[in-house]
Design a protein around this ligand. Structure first.
Ligand SMILES: O=C(O)CCC(=O)C(=O)O
Ligand SMILES: [Fe+2]
Length: 199
């Protein structure tokens, strides 16, 4: 692969540090990772309490790494690293020049699966969280919404098969992000967010 294809471009979001590489993994490598993760990850259908009622999350999830973590009000006990996750982690660490000790995986089975607006700003992620997000499978739109500047329009990008997105610095303070549902017929998509849990 040529260096330029791997290279991360800074996206023009004010009050943020966001970098994107659309073809961080080539198609063959991405296909192999997608199949291996579909088969080896211990996917779970978790529920969250919404307005006092338990609701199934609109996606499957799995949590691997060294430390437990609270996410969407759920305490996640991590499962030990799998070789495939360690390989991905090493590549992402090298490109982002950051270390990660955990990964949350999301499986969006269809266009009906989604993730609502949120910021990954839990105290366990430290002051300025470093999050590295790998996308595999069906292309989906990913939104950014500024928390305080109402004049700032939402920004949408398409997360491609084999792409890498980094959110660093003040990003989680100033912005929320989401993965909206889509009516389009889309292939299943796996997302991995590598994080560094403190303490
Ligand atoms: O699926 C995605 O690209 C977003 C995942 C995400 O925001 C998260 O896991 O916190
Ligand atoms: Fe997130």
């Amino acid at each position: 692969m040529f260096y330029s294809e791997k290279s991360l471009q800074r996206l023009p979001l004010p009050d943020a540090e966001v970098y994107y590489s659309p073809h961080f993994f080539d198609v063959e490598e991405s296909n192999t990772y997608l199949q291996e993760l579909l088969q080896t990850i211990n996917w779970k259908q978790e529920s969250i309490k919404l307005f006092g009622k338990l609701q199934p999350m609109p996606r499957l999830t799995a949590w691997y790494g060294d430390k437990g973590y609270t996410y969407s009000g759920l305490h996640n006990t991590p499962q030990p690293w799998l070789p495939v996750l360690q390989r991905l982690k090493e590549q992402v660490e090298e490109a982002s020049e950051q270390a990660y000790n955990s990964v949350l995986l999301n499986l969006y089975r269809s266009g009906n699966d989604s993730m609502g607006w949120h910021a990954d700003d839990e105290a366990e992620l430290g002051q300025d969280p470093n999050i590295a997000s790998v996308s595999l499978g069906g292309e989906r739109k990913f939104g950014f919404r500024h928390k305080s500047n109402k004049a700032q329009k939402n920004i949408y990008i398409t997360l491609q098969h084999g792409s890498l997105l980094l959110m660093q610095g003040p990003t989680q303070h100033a912005w929320q992000h989401n993965l909206p549902k889509t009516q389009r017929a889309v292939m299943p998509r796996i997302n991995l967010t590598f994080r560094n849990i403190k303490g």
